[in-house]
Design a protein around this ligand. Structure first.
Ligand code: KG4
Ligand code: ZN
Length: 348
C-alpha cells in the first residue's frame, strides 16, 4: 500500500508544504522563504514570522495540492510541524493541518521538527537504522543516534548558540545581510583562514561531544571593535575565513568524539555495519564545512548521507516524510494535540 501525505512546515521563517508518497516520490514541494521580511533585523522576528505564515499558508497549500494534481480526500494523512519552534508559526501550521484533517476525514500527524530533519535522508534512499546524525541549523546543533522512527538519543549538543545562529550573528557584526551563513562562506573563499586566532571552546572535553559557540562570537566582536569604520573589505574576508575555519575545527573535533560515543553505545549489539553518518539542517549547505567533516568520516570509515540542499533547509517534504514513516507504523495524533514550542526529541 502506497501512502500519500501532505506535510506543512511553519516553525521558523519558511512557509512550506509538500506532498510525498511512501515510495519516495515528492509530488509537489513549495517553500516560501521570509528572508526578505527579516533581513532588516539581522534575524527572525517571531511576530513578523507568524503574520507572514497566516498570510501565505493557504495559497502555499493550494499551490502544492494543485501541483500534485490531488484533492485533500486523495491524501492518506496530513502532517504538520507541531514543535519545537516559534509558537506563533507552529500554531498556524497545526491549526491548518487539523482543519484539513477534519474536513477530509483523514488522520492528522503532529511531527517533531527535529525528527523531520532526522529522517529526511530516508526520503531519498533506503538508509538503514541506526545512524549518527549531526543536525546543524539556525536553531539547533546536536549529535543524535537515530535508532528507529521515534527512537533518538542525544549524544551531545551546543550549550549556547547553534552554529547557524553564530554564522548569522557574526555576519551581522560584519555588516553583512541575513542569513549570514551563505555570505560568510562566499567571502571566506577570498580570505586568509589563519589571519585571526579564535578560541576553540570545549574541545578539550574528551568524555562528550558538547559544543559552544558564544565565546567565539565574543572573540570576533573584540576583533571587530578594534577596526576603523568603514571596515576594510579584506579584513572582513580574513575574519570570515578564520571564523569559518574555527567552526570547522570545532565540528571536526566534536564529530570524532560523537563517533566514539555512537560506537560505544552500539557495542553490545552485533551489528558491525553501523558506520553511517547523516548531515542535516541549513548549515549542511556549507561546502567548506562538508569537506572538513568528510575528512573525519573517511578516517573513521563512515559513509556520509547528506540530503540535497533543498531538503537540508526547512521544507514541507521532510515533515510529510516523517508523517509517512509514522503512518506506516500505524501512528496518528489526536486533534487535541497541543503545539509544543519546546519538544526535545528524547521526549518522543
Ligand atoms: O535549517 P534552516 O533552514 O532553518 C533552521 O531550522 O534554523 O537553517 C538556517 C540556518 C541559518 O542560520 C543560515 O545562516 C545557515 O542555516 N546557513 C548556513 C549556510 N546556508 C545556510 N550556514 C553556513 N554556511 C552556509 N552556506
Ligand atoms: Zn530546521
Amino acid at each position: 500500500m502506497v501512502y500519500t501525505v501532505l506535510g506543512i512546515e511553519t516553525s521558523c521563517d519558511e512557509t512550506a508544504a509538500a506532498v510525498v508518497t511512501s515510495d519516495r516520490k515528492i509530488l509537489a514541494h513549495t517553500v516560501l522563504s521570509q528572508t526578505k521580511e527579516h533581513a532588516p533585523y539581522g534575524g527572525v522576528v517571531p511576530e513578523i514570522a507568524s503574520r507572514a505564515h497566516i498570510a501565505h499558508i493557504e495559497s502555499i497549500i493550494a499551490r502544492t495540492m494543485q501541483e500534485a494534481g490531488l484533492d485533500f480526500h486523495h491524501l492518506d494523512a496530513v502532517a504538520a510541524t507541531a514543535g519545537p519552534g516559534l509558537i506563533g508559526g507552529v500554531i498556524v501550521g497545526v491549526m491548518t493541518a487539523k482543519a484539513i484533517a477534519s474536513a477530509a476525514s483523514i488522520p492528522f500527524i503532529a511531527v517533531n521538527h527535529l525528527e523531520g530533519h532526522a529522517l529526511t535522508p530516508r526520503l531519498i534512499e533506503d538508509v538503514a537504522f541506526p545512524y549518527l546524525l549531526l543536525l546543524v541549523s539556525g536553531g539547533h546543533c546536536e549529535f543524535l543516534r537515530v535508532s528507529q522512527v521515534g527512537q533518538y538519543q542525544k549524544l551531545g549538543g551546543t550549550i549556547d548558540d547553534a552554529v547557524g545562529e553564530a554564522f548569522d550573528k557574526v555576519a551581522k557584526m560584519l555588516g553583512l545581510g541575513y542569513p549570514g551563513g551563505p555570505q560568510i562562506e562566499a567571502l571566506a573563499k577570498e580570505g586568509d583562514i589563519d589571519r585571526y586566532a579564535l578560541p576553540l571552546p570545549l574541545i578539550r572535553q574528551e568524555a562528550n561531544c558538547q559544543m559552544s559557540f558564544s565565546g567565539l562570537k565574543t572573540a570576533v566582536k573584540r576583533i571587530i571593535d578594534t577596526w576603523d569604520k568603514p571596515f576594510d573589505p579584506q579584513n572582513i574576508r580574513n575574519l570570515a575565513a578564520s571564523f569559518q575555519r574555527t567552526i570547522g575545527d570545532i565540528l571536526c573535533n566534536r564529530l570524532a568524539h560523537a563517533i566514539r560515543q555512537y560506537l560505544v553505545a552500539a557495542e553490545d549489539s552485533d551489528d558491525s555495519d553501523i558506520r553511517r553518518f547523516v548531515l542535516s539542517g541549513g548549515v549542511a549547505a556549507n561546502r567548506y564545512l562538508r569537506k572538513r567533516l568528510i575528512e573525519v568520516l573517511e578516517q573513521h570509515d563512515f559513509t556520509l548521507f547528506a540530503p540535497p540542499l533543498s531538503l537540508c533547509t526547512d521544507n514541507g517534504a521532510m515533515i510529510a516524510w516523517a508523517g509517512v514513516e509514522h503512518l506506516q507504523l500505524g501512528h496518528q495524533s489526536s486533534l487535541a494535540f497541543a503545539p509544543r514550542p519546546r519538544w526535545p526529541l528524547s521526549e518522543l
